[in-house]
Design a protein around this ligand. Structure first.
Ligand SMILES: Nc1ncnc2c1ncn2[C@@H]1O[C@H](COP(=O)(O)OP(=O)(O)OP(=O)(O)O)[C@@H](O)[C@H]1O
Ligand SMILES: [Mg+2]
Length: 261
C-alpha cells in the first residue's frame, strides 16, 4: 500500500511539473481540453518533454518546436479541431482508407481529425521505410503528431520556396533532380502519391530536399491517384522551370508516372 501511495505521489508531482510549464499554458489557451489531454499523454510518454515555441500557425494545423526526453528537437504538429470546411476539403482523399471513410461518414469531427493525424503518421512511416526523405515520425495521440524537427536551435529549415532565390542554378538543378528522385521513390517504392506536392511542402535541410505534409497522400490504387500525381509533377516542373529557365525535367519524373501504369 505504501509503495502504491508513493507511486501516486510521484505521479502527481510529475503532473504538476508538466502543468507548470509556461508553454503548456500557452498551448492551453489555443486548444481544447481533448487536445490538451493528447499533449499531456505524449508528455507522460516522454515523446514531448517540453514545448518551446510556435514554428508555424496555419488554418489547419499548428507546428511547435519541442524537445523529447532524450533532449532531441522534435516538431509537434497539432491539427485544429476540424471544421465543416476541412471535412469538405479532404473528401477526395478519403476513399480507400476504411477507417477514414468510416470517420468521414460518421460526421464526428474529432474522430475525423484523429484518423487524419494517424494517416499522416502512417504515410510518414511508409515513405520513410521506402527510403523517401521525410521527417522521422516519432509518435502521435489524437490530433497531435510528433516527428523529427528539421532545423536547428528552434529555427526551422527554410521551405524550398523561401530558399530558392538565394541558391545558385547548379545547386537548384541538383535539388530538382533530388526532388524528382523522391517523387519516384514515393510512387515506385512506397506506392503512394503525395497529392499536395509543391515548393511549399518541401524543406531544405542539410543541403537536401525533405518532403513534408503528407496527411493527404493516397495509395497508388486510389481512383484519383493519376490526377494527383500529374498535378504534383506539374507543380514541381512549373516551379523549377520558373527558377532555372528552360531545363530538361529529370527522368525520374517520367519513371514515377510509369510506376502508376
Ligand atoms: N518536421 C518539421 N520540422 C520543422 N518545421 C516543420 C516540420 N514540419 C512542418 N514544419 C513547418 O510547419 C509548416 C506547416 O507544416 P505542414 O506543411 O506540415 O502543415 P500544413 O498542413 O500545411 O498546415 P497549414 O495548411 O495549416 O498551414 C511548414 O511549412 C514548416 O514551416
Ligand atoms: Mg504545408
Amino acid at each position: 500500500v505504501r509503495k502504491k501511495s508513493r507511486r501516486l505521489k510521484r505521479q502527481r508531482e510529475e503532473e504538476e511539473r508538466i502543468k507548470d510549464r509556461d508553454l503548456f499554458k500557452t498551448v492551453e489557451e489555443v486548444f481544447d481540453s481533448f487536445t490538451m489531454g493528447h499533449v499531456y499523454r505524449l508528455m507522460k510518454k516522454g515523446l514531448i518533454w517540453d514545448l518551446k515555441g510556435v514554428v508555424s500557425s496555419g488554418k489547419e494545423a499548428r507546428v511547435y518546436w519541442g524537445v523529447n526526453r532524450e533532449k532531441r528537437d522534435v516538431a509537434v504538429k497539432i491539427y485544429l479541431t476540424a471544421t465543416a470546411e476541412f471535412r469538405k476539403s479532404i473528401k477526395k482523399y478519403v476513399i480507400g482508407d476504411p477507417r477514414l471513410e468510416e470517420a468521414w461518414r460518421g460526421g464526428n469531427f474529432r474522430t475525423l481529425i484523429y484518423e487524419w493525424t494517424r494517416k499522416e503518421y502512417r504515410n510518414l512511416r511508409r515513405m520513410r521505410e521506402a527510403g523517401v526523405r521525410v521527417p522521422e515520425p516519432l509518435g502521435f495521440s489524437g490530433n497531435v503528431l510528433v516527428m523529427e524537427f528539421l532545423g536547428e536551435k528552434g529555427y526551422r529549415a527554410p521551405l524550398l520556396h523561401e530558399a530558392a532565390a538565394s541558391l545558385p542554378a547548379e545547386e537548384l538543378a541538383r535539388i530538382y533532380d533530388d526532388v524528382a528522385l523522391q517523387v519516384r521513390s514515393i510512387v515506385c517504392e512506397a506506392r503512394l502519391v503525395h497529392a499536395d506536392l509543391s515548393e511549399y511542402n518541401i524543406m531544405l535541410w542539410d543541403g537536401k530536399p525533405w518532403i513534408i505534409d503528407v496527411a493527404q497522400a493516397v495509395h497508388v490504387q486510389h481512383p484519383l491517384a493519376r490526377e494527383f500525381l500529374e498535378r504534383d509533377i506539374a507543380n514541381i516542373t512549373r516551379f523549377f522551370e520558373g527558377v532555372l529557365g528552360d531545363h530538361e525535367p529529370p527522368e525520374y519524373l517520367k519513371e514515377a508516372a510509369e510506376c502508376l501504369a
